[in-house]
Design a protein around this ligand. Structure first.
Ligand code: FHN
Length: 589
C-alpha cells in the first residue's frame, strides 16, 4: 500500500483548510442543488440498488448496457428545470454502484460511449449545466459491483492496488476531460475502511491539483469540505458546511410511485427553510426515466417551488445566519443579520401572535414589500396586527413576515423560570454548581436610590430582558460594557435547581452594591462597595427546598466601576445531608 507520511496528510489537510472558506463561498450562498441519479438501473425502474437487492447476476445485468438508448437533449431538460426551480448547481451520478460509467473512460468498456448510448452522457450534462449557468457537480461511487476487484480489494493487496488505480484513473478523467468541475461528490467507500486503504489523500490531492477550486464531500473517508446528512436535515455543528441530500419520492433511481409518495411543494419549501435556518444546503434528487425525461411529478413540484422562490430570493440565497428557535405552531424562522423571517405555513388571519418572547420587537412587515405593521408586546405575548385575512402566497400557502428586534429575542415558555438553568453536580456528595455563566439582564428604567430600595421583580416582569454571557474565563459577568454609562439598578436573573432540600451556600463576587432575592425573598444585601479594586466576596447560607428557584440579583451600577458579578452555589462542607425545613416558603408564580 502506497502510504504517505502523516506529515503529508497534515500538510494536505492544512492546504484544504487554508482555501476552504473561499472555495465554499459560492456554494454556501447557492443553497439549493439538483441531484440526478441516472444509470442502467433506470431501465428497470425498481431503485438504483436493483442489481444488488434482487441479486441479478452480472451476466443478466450487463446487457442493460446495450439496451440503453436515452433521448438526446435530456440533460438540457434537467438543467432548464433546475434553473426554473431556483437551483444553482447540479450533481450527476457519473458512476453509481453498478459500475457503469456515463463518460468516455479508458478504464473499462462498460461505459456509455462503448456500450449502449454511444454518447458521452457526462459531456452532454456538463455542457447543458454550463449553458444554463449552473455549477457542475459529479458523483462518483467508490463502491463498484462490476469491477472484479471491487470486493476482493478488501482482502487482497494486489487487488486493492489494481482497484485503487482504477478508481484514481476514473476520477482523474472526470477531473481532466470536462473543464471546470465545481463539486466532486464521492459515495459509499465500501469495502475499504480507511483513507489510507483508498489512498484518499493522494487521490484528493490529485483532484485539487487538477481542479484547485473544487469542493469535495465527506464520503472518501476524509471530512474534506462539507458534510452530507442523507434523508434527514441536521445542521452540522459550528461552522462546518453541510448539505442535506434528499429523495423526492423515496427512491434515488427512477421508480414509479403513487403521487402521494412525492414530497409536496410545502414540504420542499419546509426542507429549504430548515437548511436556510441552519446555514446549510439542500440537494434534492430527481431520478430521470431511462429515456432521460424527468418524472412529471418532479416537474410539477419543482416548477411551483421556483415560482415561490422568485418572491423570496433575498431570504434564501446568500450568506445567512442561524435562526433562533422561537416555537410557534404556525411556522418557523430563518435569519439574515438582524432580520428574522417567519415562514408562516398555517396562516392565522389578521393577527400573528408569539408567546413568551422577550426581546423588544422594533418592526414587522409582510415580506417582501408590505407596510410596517402594528405590534403590541407585553411581557409574555407579542402580537402583530393588520395582516391579510388570507395567506398572501398563492403558490404554496406560505407567507413570510419579516421582523427586526431591538434585542435578540429569546423565549421562555415556562413563565416562572428563565433559562439557562444552573444545576450543581454531585462531586462525591459535595454538590457544586459551576459559576453561573449566562444571565438574563435588565435595567429598570426608573432610577432607584440604592440596592436597599430595589423592588423585587420577577423574571417574567415587563422588563426588557436579554441574555448576557461571560465571554472570558474570569467567571465574572462584566456588565460594564453594556451598561457602563448609566447609573441605576440592574437586575440579573437566573433559574437554579437544588437537587435536594437543604442548606445551600451561595458564593458571590461583586464589585458594586448588590442584593440577592430567591423566589422573591431578599436573602442578602451589601449596599456598599467594599473595595473597587478588590471585588466584594461573600457567601450566604440559604435553606432551599429541592427543585427550581428564581434567583435575582439587584446590582447598583452607581456604586462600582468596571464591575462584574460572580455566583455559584453548593452544599457547604459539613452541611451535607441536612434535611432542614426551608426557612422561607417557595413563592408560587
Ligand atoms: O447507496 C447510495 C444510494 O443509492 C444513493 O446514491 C445515496 C445518495 O446519497 N448514497 C448511497 C446511500 O447512502
Amino acid at each position: 500500500m502506497a502510504t504517505i507520511q502523516s506529515t503529508d496528510h497534515t500538510a494536505y489537510l492544512a492546504r484544504v483548510a487554508q482555501t476552504q472558506a473561499r472555495r465554499l463561498r459560492w456554494w454556501r450562498e447557492a443553497r439549493f442543488g439538483m441531484f440526478i441519479h441516472w444509470g442502467l438501473y433506470s431501465q428497470l425502474g425498481r431503485n438504483e440498488w436493483v442489481m444488488n437487492l434482487e441479486r441479478i447476476p452480472l451476466s443478466a445485468y450487463e446487457p442493460l448496457a446495450d439496451s440503453w438508448h436515452p433521448q438526446p437533449g435530456c440533460a438540457r431538460e434537467w438543467a432548464a428545470l433546475a434553473k426554473h426551480a431556483g437551483m444553482k448547481y447540479m450533481v450527476l451520478t457519473a458512476k453509481h454502484h453498478e459500475g457503469y460509467c456515463l463518460w468516455d473512460t479508458q478504464q473499462t468498456d462498460y461505459n456509455a460511449v462503448r456500450r449502449g448510448p454511444g454518447r458521452d452522457l457526462v459531456g452532454e450534462y456538463v455542457e447543458a449545466a454550463r449553458e444554463a449557468g449552473l455549477r457542475v457537480g459529479l458523483y462518483y461511487s467508490l463502491m463498484d459491483w462490476h469491477h472484479p476487484d471491487g470486493a476482493r480489494c478488501a482482502t487482497d493487496e494486489a487487488a486493492r492496488q489494481r482497484f485503487v488505480d482504477f478508481t484514481r484513473g476514473c476520477v482523474r478523467e472526470l477531473m481532466t476531460n470536462y473543464g471546470k468541475i465545481d463539486i466532486l461528490w464521492y459515495d459509499v467507500s465500501w469495502p475499504l475502511t480507511s483513507p489510507e486503504a483508498w489512498e484518499s489523500y493522494q487521490m484528493n490531492a490529485m483532484v485539487r491539483k487538477l481542479q484547485p477550486d473544487i469542493l469535495i464531500n465527506d464520503r472518501s473517508q476524509l471530512p474534506e469540505d462539507f458534510g452530507t446528512p442523507e434523508e434527514h436535515i441536521t445542521p452540522a455543528a459550528g461552522a462546518r458546511a453541510w448539505e442535506a441530500c434528499m429523495t423526492f419520492n423515496g427512491s434515488w433511481g427512477f421508480q414509479q410511485t403513487p403521487p402521494t409518495d412525492w414530497l409536496s411543494v410545502r414540504k420542499v419549501l419546509e426542507m429549504l427553510r430548515i437548511c436556510t435556518a441552519g446555514g446549510g444546503n439542500l440537494l434534492l434528487n430527481i431520478g430521470p426515466l431511462p429515456d432521460g425525461s424527468v418524472p412529471p411529478e418532479a416537474v410539477e413540484r419543482l416548477t411551483a417551488v421556483g415560482q415561490w422562490l422568485d418572491s423570496y430570493v433575498e431570504i434564501i440565497y446568500g450568506a445567512v445566519d442561524r435562526a433562533p428557535s422561537l416555537v410557534s405552531a404556525l411556522g418557523n424562522w430563518t435569519c439574515k443579520g438582524k432580520r428574522l423571517y417567519f415562514w408562516c405555513s398555517r396562516w392565522p388571519g389578521e393577527e400573528l401572535a408569539f408567546g413568551a418572547v422577550q426581546g423588544k420587537l422594533a418592526a414587522a412587515r409582510l415580506y417582501p414589500n408590505g407596510p410596517e405593521l402594528n405590534v403590541t408586546q407585553k411581557a409574555d405575548r407579542l402580537v402583530i396586527h393588520g395582516l391579510p385575512a388570507q395567506c398572501p402566497d398563492p403558490v404554496a400557502g406560505v407567507g413570510v413576515v419579516e421582523m427586526t428586534f431591538r434585542t435578540p429575542p429569546v423565549q421562555y415558555f415556562n413563565a416562572g423560570l428563565v433559562m439557562p438553568l444552573v444545576k450543581p453536580v454531585d462531586l462525591r456528595g459535595k454538590w457544586v454548581s459551576p459559576p453561573i455563566r449566562s444571565w438574563q439582564v435588565s435595567a429598570l428604567q426608573a432610577k432607584v436610590a440604592a440596592v436597599d430600595d430595589a423592588p423585587v421583580v420577577s423574571l417574567t416582569a415587563p422588563l426588557d430582558w436579554h441574555t448576557l454571557a461571560i465571554e472570558k474565563e474570569t467567571d465574572f459577568l462584566n456588565v460594564y460594557a453594556e451598561y457602563g454609562a448609566q447609573d441605576g439598578i440592574l437586575y440579573l436573573g437566573n433559574t437554579i435547581e437544588a437537587p435536594r432540600d437543604g442548606v445551600w451556600r451561595f458564593y458571590l463576587g461583586y464589585d458594586g452594591g448588590c442584593r440577592v432575592f430567591i423566589d422573591g425573598q431578599s436573602v442578602f444585601a451589601d449596599p456598599e462597595v467594599i473595595n473597587p479594586a478588590l471585588p466584594g466576596r461573600s457567601f450566604i447560607d440559604l435553606t432551599m427546598t429541592a427543585g427550581r428557584h428564581e434567583l435575582m440579583i439587584a446590582f447598583d451600577t452607581a456604586a462600582g466601576r468596571g464591575w462584574g458579578i460572580y455566583a455559584c452555589f453548593a452544599i457547604p462542607r459539613g452541611q451535607r445531608g441536612i434535611e432542614k425545613k426551608p426557612v422561607f416558603p417557595r413563592v408560587v408564580k
